[in-house]
Design a binder for this molecule. Structure first.
Ligand SMILES: Cc1ncc(COP(=O)(O)O)c(C=O)c1O
Length: 416
């Protein structure tokens, strides 16, 4: 049983006189998948049945109880909401075992990009310079944000299917003492590759620079030790591996480093230090908070802890990945990354070479069967992506594989 904070009286209120509902409709998904793979009753009821299953990098499929936790209206200055915010901030540090004396949590309204922009806009000194380590679109986006903010930027670029070489990162830092900070993406969701933030962190620390990590699609599912990786600012989002709903993102920041950024903010709404101070002083946001998303997220964190924290989530996502990979390889699909470079968050698959394959038709066919995949993002190959994160398990992946097999057959693309 999931713990839920929804009050019984309110649930009662929600359940009170149900309006007459139209006759239930059976979606094509229910017919085709159950016909091919057995009754949905045999499946573990982990995902909400009525929505399409999201095999994307987020927003993701969430549990029913997470969605249910939003059935409240709390005031932004209400004592109960302030307690929720404090609880979420504490639990986020606990996700990665961070010492609350060394690190703090700052929650920011908006998607992950807003928190990334808040970190860059607030913590790089006026004459600072940012080294961005790029091996995908999200690394490029960090460099783009910095350039829009008129922050001087240097870039070390690696191929999208390769790890950025430490020697090049070291050379860039050594040759330019004006570089004050380095930024890297942990799981580069463009391809699914997991960058070695620990090795890069050791290098950045040795050369005495600030260290920013975009852990948007990895936090909560890939182990991260903030202190051991020498991270000053880690950025992630509510609707990724912690399985909340969209609406806010957050920064885990080293207190001592953030304290020294007074007067550097280039934005009012994205002022990280000001946001931290207000959250610490009053427990409140400076501007209207996403109250419902925070209620959902607190529930998501309880479910995360109940599942067994990072090790358990990693195990479920890895099992999703392995199930998917085995099925896809059986059908002849080829992953974009080499086996040793693949993570278990999202996998990029190359388009089949079959003349009848058309990604748009493939996508639409799967969508009609209730399965949502994602277009590719790598720049040097035709790929699509399948995420293995969110409230999904191996049974959901088997349903997707069945739908892929049916869709391919419908397109005249032979399977094995
Ligand atoms: C690694 C990474 N960074 C940044 C982002 C941007 O996050 P958002 O779309 O929440 O702004 C994403 C989104 O998937 C991501 O995967």
């Amino acid at each position: 049983m999931h713990r839920s904070y929804a009050l019984d009286s309110e649930l009662g209120h929600q359940q009170a006189p149900a309006p007459p509902s139209p006759a239930p409709t059976v979606r094509p998904l229910d017919i085709s998948i159950s016909a091919c793979f057995g009754s949905p009753m045999n499946r573990k009821p982990i995902a909400a049945a009525k929505d399409k299953t999201l095999f994307t990098p987020g927003p993701l499929t969430t549990s029913h109880t997470v969605k249910q936790a939003m059935l409240r209206d709390l005031g932004s200055r209400d004592r109960e909401f302030i307690a929720v915010v404090g609880d979420v901030r504490r639990r986020l540090l606990a996700v990665c075992g961070a010492d609350a004396r060394e690190y703090t949590t700052i929650i920011m309204q908006g998607s992950g990009t807003f928190s990334l922009e808040a970190v860059l806009a607030s913590t790089i000194p006026p004459r600072g310079k940012l080294l961005v380590i790029v091996n995908g679109a999200y690394g490029r986006r960090i460099a783009h944000i910095a350039s829009v903010l008129h922050i001087e930027t240097a870039v070390v670029t690696a191929a999208e299917d390769a790890h950025p070489p430490l020697t090049e990162i070291e050379a860039a830092l050594v040759s330019d003492p004006t570089i004050s900070h380095a930024a890297i993406v942990h799981c580069e969701t463009t391809s699914g590759i997991i960058n070695d933030i620990r090795a890069v962190g050791a290098l950045v620390r040795r050369l005495d620079r600030g260290y920013i990590v975009d852990a948007m699609s990895s936090f909560g599912a890939v182990p991260i030790d903030l202190a051991d990786c020498h991270i000053d600012y880690l950025v992630s989002s509510a609707n990724k591996c912690l399985e909340g709903v969209p609406g806010f993102s957050f920064v885990l920041a080293r207190r001592a480093t953030l304290s020294g950024t007074e007067g550097w903010a280039r934005s009012v709404s994205l002022d990280l230090l000001a946001q931290w101070r207000e959250l610490d002083a009053s427990g409140q946001f400076r501007f209207t908070p996403p109250t419902h998303a925070l209620l959902a997220f607190r529930q998501a964190l309880l479910e995360f802890e109940e599942e067994g924290g990072v090790p358990a989530r990693a195990a479920r996502y890895r099992s999703n990945y392995e199930t998917l990979l085995a099925g896809m390889e059986t059908m002849g699909f080829e992953p974009y990354l080499r086996a040793e470079d693949r993570g278990y968050i999202i996998t990029s698959f190359r388009y089949p070479t079959h003349a009848q394959f058309d990604f748009q038709k493939f996508y639409e066919g799967l969508n009609q069967l209730g399965q949502v995949i994602y277009p590719g993002k790598v720049s040097n190959a035709d790929c699509f992506r399948i995420g293995h994160i969110g409230r999904i398990d191996a049974a959901d992946v088997h349903a997707l594989l069945g739908a892929i097999r049916m869709t391919l057959a419908g397109m005249g693309v032979s399977g094995e």
